[in-house]
Design a protein around this ligand. Structure first.
Ligand SMILES: [Zn+2]
Length: 190
């Protein structure tokens, strides 16, 4: 195993994240700054009631709005993300180490590793929802609340969306801290 690949992979993952941040800022217009958070408006989006939180090493904390009328509940969710800087960077760092080891010596573990991180980032999304709920008493407003009867359809929603599916995000159980994201996933699928 080449140990030099470990720091290389860490830097690679951190750089991908910062390049994404840079590209987001390049496509956005600065609006105003409030409480150490810079607010931007993403130029290409006409009207999507959503926003992107950025915790960047170089650019600081920012929220990029994808519409002129972003709902307060969306902003409060993004406030939750801005508090996750340490978790995000620790995860990218760990992913860099484990990915380079698995890639070189245990490639069969790569899918398990990627899936674990997938769920970790989904856990962060859910933590942001819990933050908005606990601090501002707002819940996510669902766009597709009906739960598909087909298990494969539900599985696809879990695997390909960054957040838990809408029909899970509206449940009271989702806002109960003691139920973790794996439990919610298994309960929805089985
Ligand atoms: Zn989010």
């Amino acid at each position: 195993m080449n140990f030099l690949l470990i720091p290389f992979t860490i830097v690679l993952f951190l750089s991908i994240n910062e390049i994404r941040n840079f590209l987001l800022f390049r496509k956005s217009t600065f609006l105003y700054e409030c409480c150490d958070i810079k607010f931007y408006r993403y130029k290409d989006k006409k009207d999507d009631d959503n926003a992107i939180a950025v915790t960047s090493i170089f650019f600081g904390n920012a929220i990029i709005l994808l519409s002129d009328h972003v709902n307060d509940s969306v902003i409060y969710h993004e406030y939750g993300h801005l508090r996750q800087r340490e978790e995000v960077y620790t995860a990218l760092f760990l992913l860099g180490i484990l990915f380079s080891i698995a890639f070189q010596s245990y490639p069969f573990l790569l899918p398990v590793l990627l899936l674990s991180f997938r769920f970790f980032f989904m856990h962060l999304e859910r933590s942001a929802d819990l933050y908005a709920y606990k601090v501002y008493n707002t819940r996510y407003e669902p766009k597709h609340p009906e739960r598909p009867k087909n298990r494969i359809e539900r599985l696809k929603a879990w695997l390909f969306d960054s957040h838990a599916p809408d029909w899970v995000r509206i449940k009271d159980e989702y806002y109960n801290e003691r139920k973790n994201i794996i439990y919610l996933f298994l309960k929805d699928i089985l």
